[in-house]
Design a binder for this molecule. Structure first.
Ligand code: OXD
Ligand code: MN
Length: 613
């Protein structure tokens, strides 16, 4: 480290920072160490470095670059992401862990010398707006300029904030090395490891580049934050935050949790609404009001199917000059192409598999798409025209509704309002979703994914749910909770809704918050009345919504629901859950059974439920 960089570290007056940097240098043995402050010159240095070492390449359009991850490093590696635990804990649900000493020994052996001949970058960020009750400071060390550059688009720089720590060790720390590179990509994929030390608020990640594995501040920091939130009585959630614009210029803030690739970003981007964040939210109670802040400052979004019809605002942001990183799309003549972009795709170019041509097969004989299904774009949130005016408010935005979504082809209705806060927590905790390309493994398999957070929950499940149940205590206004499902299908496998319909569901929920619509009480929650949806469909989408469509979409598939309750009972029978949760599971199952007996049908029309609220 040269004098200038050392001085930048010293200026922080923080021994803990010096210590972790020193340890990282000793372990990873970089050829050079560069400390990045919040200055324009330093940040620009990272951008230029990514180009100079070939981790990113310039595209035709000003500010646009392309980065490729290795062919086998295209999604979050759940199997090799583990918690380092020094003692056994009963987690309740699936949790991938390794004995701490053993895990540290292993990952240190992979990190040892991993930066030989490379440059180590030391960066400082804030999770959440700076200077706010939401902010958590984070130190990232990496040998990947792509990682450091991506974090610059996605998080708020906070070198200056670190000075305000006054020497305390109250920050998260992430050490990443892409490991040995060939043609610019990590080659030792069999030694890819991501180990999370909850006791020390540290994460080690090695032999990978895909942002979901490499960027400490994204899903890795999120796991540390969930633990902190549970200890301190607030919520760290896999949620977007959006402003829903109702009648009379009213803005009602919603948060929403959806598993990756199930409509989270597209909900936050519904035309006519405003976005605060698309992936991770911190929720805190301030003077009896739930306030939420976006942990991030940008979007690492799935690019597949972003086209002028379905996502006009994102499409515009991706096709105009600005600082933006594409990853794992097809490049032909300096222009990016991706699946579902609504444009003709060239028959050759460069993609994550190297030189690509239509019909190219991989080593397993599978045809390689022009772009990966999980190919991404990385932009700052302010690249979007619909950014909410309060997106950076250090006091957050007030939350009046929470949505839980899943990808479910045959059971749950397009939108249901919970009967109470605890019923809402139950709904969130019993979300099931069919798997997508955002994680490695088979797609389309139904999996239980509570609060869309199964991959990230870092405390015993009972504690996690207890924290949710308690969160409503002392609130002046308890947010309403909704479950949505955009993926319901008919018997022939056709989707029952168009992509645009979600706007109606969200505006109905917004109206409910302000007592503008009545609802029908069913055993699984409150559903919209046909007349209200009919009016909304005309007003919002200029579409005639027929009674037949309503009946098909909002019928209670009681047998399917009972099967779901059975699956849930199985999952929870061996987990000691809070009494309020067990009570919800029991009473919802009873209500469904009674309804089944009363009507004697497998599927019950919404018109059969007259109990209007
Ligand atoms: C993401 C994910 O990238 O959840 O947001 O995979
Ligand atoms: Mn996510």
């Amino acid at each position: 480290m040269d004098k200038i960089d050392l001085e930048k570290l010293r200026k922080l007056n923080n021994q803990h920072v010096i210590k972790v940097v020193q340890e990282a240098i000793k372990l990873c043995k970089p050829a050079k160490v560069t400390v990045i402050t919040d200055s324009k010159e330093d940040i620009n240095y990272v951008r230029e470095l990514a180009l100079a070492i070939g981790e990113e390449k310039k595209l035709k359009m000003e500010g646009h670059t392309i980065h490729f991850d290795g062919y086998y490093d295209q999604a979050r590696d759940k199997a090799n992401t583990r918690y380092l635990l020094s003692e056994d804990v009963d987690w309740g649900i699936e949790l991938n862990s390794i004995e701490k000493k053993k895990g540290l020994k292993e990952i240190y052996s992979y990190l040892d010398g991993s930066m030989a001949g490379k440059e180590m970058l030391v960066r400082f960020f804030s999770l959440g707006p700076t200077n706010s009750i939401f902010s958590i400071l984070a130190l990232q060390i990496t040998d990947s300029a792509y990682v450091a550059h991506s974090e610059d688009l996605l998080y708020r720089p906070a070198y200056e904030e670190f000075k305000k720590l006054n020497g305390s060790s109250d920050f998260f720390f992430f050490l990443h090395s892409a490991g040995r590179l060939e043609k610019g990509v990590s080659v030792d994929i069999d030694k890819r490891r991501i180990y999370i030390d909850l006791e020390e608020n540290r994460v080690y990640s090695v032999n990978n580049q895909y942002a979901g594995n490499s960027l400490g501040l994204k899903k890795l920091a999120f796991r540390l934050a969930i633990k902190k939130a549970n200890e301190e009585g607030w919520l760290a959630e896999h949620m977007f935050i959006m402003g829903v614009h109702g009648p009379h210029n009213r803005v009602t803030y919603f948060t929403g949790a959806f598993p990756s690739g199930c409509g989270k970003t597209s909900t936050a981007m519904i035309p006519g609404q405003t976005i605060v964040g698309d992936d991770i939210a911190y929720l805190k109670k301030i003077n009896g009001i739930v306030k939420a802040a976006n942990v991030e400052n940008g979007i690492f979004g799935i690019i597949r199917d972003v086209n002028p019809q379905d996502d006009p605002l994102i499409y515009r942001a991706l096709t105009t000059p600005r600082e933006l990183i594409f990853s794992n799309v097809l490049i032909n003549d300096g222009i990016p192409y991706w699946l579902g972009m609504g444009k003709d795709i060239p028959e050759k170019g460069i993609n994550h598999s190297g030189e690509w041509f239509k019909g190219k097969k991989d080593n397993d004989g599978n045809e390689i798409d022009c772009s990966h299904k999980n190919a991404r774009y990385t932009i700052r949130l302010n690249a979007l025209e619909n950014i909410d005016s309060k997106a950076n408010d250090p006091t957050g935005v007030p939350v009046q509704a929470i949505i839980y979504g899943g990808r479910d082809s045959d059971t749950t209705m397009p939108i249901v309002e919970s009967l109470s806060w605890s019923h809402g927590v139950f709904i969130g905790a019993t979300v099931e979703s069919e798997t997508t390309s955002a994680t490695i493994g088979t797609q389309g398999v139904r999996k239980h994914n509570p609060m869309a957070n199964l991959d990230f929950v870092s405390v015993p499940f009972k504690t996690y749910i207890e924290n949710h149940l308690k969160f409503a205590d002392g609130l002046k206004e308890v947010p309403k909770i909704y479950a949505t499902n955009y993926f319901l299908k008919d018997e022939s496998g056709n989707y029952l809704n168009s992509k645009l319909d979600k706007k109606v569901w969200v505006l109905w929920a917004e109206g409910r918050v302000h007592h503008e619509f009545e609802a029908i009480k069913t055993p699984v929650g409150l559903i919209p009345k046909y007349e209200d949806l009919k009016t909304l469909f005309i007003r919002v989408l200029n579409k005639d919504y027929t009674e037949a469509e309503y009946t098909q979409q909002f019928s209670l598939r009681v047998v399917k629901y009972l099967e779901k309750m059975e699956r849930m009972s199985k999952i929870f029978e061996n987990i000691q859950m809070p009494a309020a949760f067990t009570e919800e599971l029991t009473t919802q199952t009873e209500r469904l059974k009674e309804t089944r007996i009363k009507f004697g049908e497998d599927i019950i029309s919404p018109f059969e439920f007259l109990d209007i609220k």
